[in-house]
Design a protein around this ligand. Structure first.
Ligand SMILES: Nc1ncnc2c1ncn2[C@@H]1O[C@H](COP(=O)(O)OP(=O)(O)OP(=O)(O)O)[C@@H](O)[C@H]1O
Length: 346
């Protein structure tokens, strides 16, 4: 019996909430085998109390089929490395408890539309608890959140800080408030990163229970620098039903995983067109969201229909979650917001 065999079996154990296994994650400290007794030592940095138990259970399950192991000792060492924490209440932005990023591998999947409606759904839920929600639009190339929320003007500056704008019971900050609509945003790489870092760090949010961050599309430097700057509670990957989006969405997710951002789940946008009789037409194919979620070892949080009112709501500055709360789309956004809240609030 080789130790390699045990290590091999451990590669089937996924870190909770991640598609990565505990061996490639680098948290397996040591593996020993002597006289039928296997000892595995694992170092975990998360403050989430459910993680050590979940990992211990999965390790026991994974090693059970190895007949040579008569006795097993799994020791879990808790370390204080913040960077590897999968999910915690956020202490990176003063006053902001949780930060959820909305990401997509490429543009045009409706990421900003999703982020705005999700923020409105969070706001409706959290308002009942007397708590506030915010949204930060980091899409510096095409900031569309102000338009989608019908907010214009310039934010106040207080000392070195920007004061967010307010609309629909949301605190809102966007690069769109800072650059003129007609001025093409042509930045050089390093400037993009500097700007985005300053932008994300210098906003006085006040007390927020949750901040939704609309990440720039793609998997480039701007995204990377943002996720390194803002300690996220987790990220949602938005994709569409097409097979091609699955590949691109996965590329985006891998980038997030590399920076230890917890993937909270996948949301599929433009999933189907609902007929007046309730029938569903899969205009853009089907299964992309589920496949992306399966491949990433996470869950499909929900499907948002293709709905003309979603676009109209975006263009008119009144997201569908607010304008038609009983619609299928609004209810999907609510369900997604609820399941995200229960994930990050463990
Ligand atoms: N489910 C939907 N049904 C109908 N229209 C939608 C839906 N989702 C998004 N749209 C529309 O698709 C267009 C693109 O959406 P949006 O700007 O949100 O995409 P995006 O992925 O954020 O793009 P980019 O990343 O390039 O900013 C918008 O006109 C929006 O109103």
């Amino acid at each position: 019996m080789s130790i390699e065999k045990i290590k091999q079996a451990l590669t089937t154990v996924k870190y909770p909430g991640f598609s990565r296994d505990i061996v490639s994650f680098g948290i397996v400290r040591s593996v020993n085998f002597e006289n039928g007794k296997a000892s595995v030592s694992i170092a975990i940095s998360s403050s989430d109390a459910s993680i050590p138990t979940a990992i211990r259970d999965s390790v026991e399950q994974a090693l059970k089929p190895i007949a040579e192991i008569k006795d097993l000792d799994v020791s879990i060492v808790l370390t204080g490395n913040k960077k590897a924490e999968a999910s915690t209440a956020n202490d990176g932005i003063p006053g902001v408890k949780y930060i959820v990023a909305v990401s997509s591998g490429k543009g045009g999947v409706g990421k900003s539309t999703f982020a705005v409606n999700l923020a409105c759904a969070f706001s409706q839920i959290l308002e009942k608890e007397g708590k506030k929600t915010g949204i930060m639009d980091c899409d510096i190339y095409g900031p569309s959140v102000p338009l989608m929320l019908g907010i214009s003007g310039r934010p106040y500056v207080e000392g070195d800080s920007l004061i967010p704008m307010e609309g629909h019971n949301l605190s809102v900050m966007s690069m769109g408030f800072l650059v003129d609509e007609d001025t093409p945003v042509v930045w050089r790489g390093p400037m993009v990163m500097k700007t985005i870092q300053q932008f994300s760090q210098n906003v006085k949010w006040g007390e927020l229970e949750l901040l939704v961050v609309d990440l720039p599309p793609g998997t480039g430097d701007a995204q990377l620098s943002l996720v390194q700057t803002i300690p996220l509670s987790g990220a949602v990957i938005v994709t569409t039903p097409q097979a091609v989006s699955t590949t691109v969405a996965k590329r985006g997710a891998r980038m997030l995983e590399k920076t230890n951002v917890r993937i909270l789940g996948v949301a599929e946008n433009m999933s189907y067109l609902e007929g007046p009789d309730g029938s569903r037409q899969n205009i853009f194919g089907e299964g992309g969201g589920q496949k992306t979620a399966d491949d990433l070892g996470t869950e499909l949080l929900g499907q948002i229909p293709l709905d003309q009112s979603i676009r109209e709501g975006g263009d008119a500055g009144k997201p569908i979650v607010l304008s038609d709360p009983d619609s299928t789309a609004a209810q999907s956004f609510h369900a997604i917001a609820q399941s995200l809240l229960s994930k990050i609030r463990i």
